[in-house]
Ligand binder design. Structure first.
Ligand code: ATP
Ligand code: MG
Ligand code: FE
Length: 337
């Protein structure tokens, strides 16, 4: 099976071509970060317009880089949610047009499942079941993945997503967008014990997350320091904030793995690129004899290869989407069509 996969849910236009779901021939990612940076976040209308401008070129580039033509493509996979509706519609329309014109099967893919499947691309021997910690710009989920396409959501954020918290705190610190990589960089030189920020562990035994209290605590700290005329040590604030986030993520993930008796943990989503999280969770997993897998940096953030991988596994299960497939901005994990 040669899959062409298209991703346009947020601010990257990406097209990948894969052989049998896990073998990536190409994974082109056209990022719009520069267009959105001056606004400090993604502007939906700008994103949609940029996707329209980019999509045909990215498709052509992908075919050329993979050394194939449309005649070689036997299957189409596309993100249909969750994400920005106008952005999703661009990739979805292109995918439906190709599937219809070529008469080849189409699978609509859940973007969040894509983040998990990024791990299958690089870890060829990885198989479910495992516990997945999905930490992205818009989502924070602790999931028990029983089998391909079968998920049990064990915990989720009750307010901000972890990536959102990174981005908001970064903005308050006057750092660029997206803020996660900036905080990660500064945290390496800052003292993570300089300031004690709250860790929201919630009720005993809860696997849910909450990051808005932490975000407010950082904002309050910054305001009070300014009022007192104190100098703010940006790197210390970044390191202390990051420490609070990664400790909560690590504690809950390990408690969940223990309760379920699972010895494989998988990290997914943009915040999986965080070096502090990789290190802390890595050390704690090692102590417990748990294997930890995470994607390389390029596959942590949005890309079409991870979408193609989900589409392939859905396809070999016999699932198909049709021409009525529509964008679903609030699509839930495990929901099909
Ligand atoms: P979603 O996948 O939930 O729809 P999204 O696609 O916008 O949202 P991703 O592409 O998964 O999000 O990830 C982007 C997020 O990852 C941003 O919030 C960004 O700040 C964060 N991020 C990227 N690199 C790092 C890092 N090194 N440390 C912390 N956060 C990071
Ligand atoms: Mg993005
Ligand atoms: Fe994403």
């Amino acid at each position: 099976v040669i899959t062409m996969a298209i991703e346009s849910s947020c601010d990257e236009t990406s097209v990948s071509i894969l052989r049998n779901g896990r073998n990536v021939l190409t994974n082109i990612i056209a990022s719009q970060i520069l267009q959105h940076q001056k606004f400090g976040g993604v502007v939906p209308e700008v994103a949609s317009r940029k996707h329209i401008e980019n999509i045909n070129q990215v498709i052509e580039d992908a075919l050329r880089e993979a050394g194939v033509t449309f005649d070689d493509i036997t299957h189409i996979a596309v993100t249909y949610g969750p994400g920005l509706v106008g952005a999703l519609l661009v990739g979805l329309s292109a995918a439906k047009a190709i599937a219809f014109a070529r008469g080849i099967p189409l699978n609509g893919v859940n973007h969040i499942e894509g983040h998990i499947y990024a791990n299958f691309i690089e870890h060829k021997d990885l198989e479910p079941p495992f516990i997945a910690l999905i930490v992205s710009g818009g989502h924070t989920h602790l999931v028990y993945m029983k089998d391909y396409g079968e998920y049990e959501v064990i915990g989720r954020t009750r307010d901000d997503a972890s990536g959102e918290a990174f981005d908001k705190v970064a903005r308050a610190l006057g750092l660029g967008y997206p803020g996660g990589p900036e905080i990660d960089r500064l945290a390496k030189i800052g003292n993570n014990k300089a300031i004690t920020f709250p860790k929201a562990l919630l009720e005993e035994g809860s696997y849910d997350f909450s990051f808005s209290g932490l975000k407010s605590a950082v904002l309050n700290y910054l305001n009070s320091q300014k009022m007192k005329g104190n100098e703010i040590h940006t790197a210390d604030v970044a390191a202390s904030f990051q420490q609070s986030v990664i400790e909560v993520l690590t504690e809950k993930t390990l408690a969940c793995a223990k309760e379920r008796g699972i010895n494989t943990v998988v990290l997914a989503g943009g915040v999986a690129a965080n070096s502090g999280l990789r290190e802390l969770l890595g050390e704690e997993c090692k102590k417990r004899g748990i294997q930890l897998k995470y994607p390389s940096l390029k596959l942590c953030t949005d890309n079409a290869a991870m979408i193609g991988c989900v589409g392939y596994y859905d396809y070999i299960k016999g699932l198909r989407s049709d021409m009525h497939l529509n964008a679903m901005p609030n699509l839930k994990i495990g929901q099909r069509y």
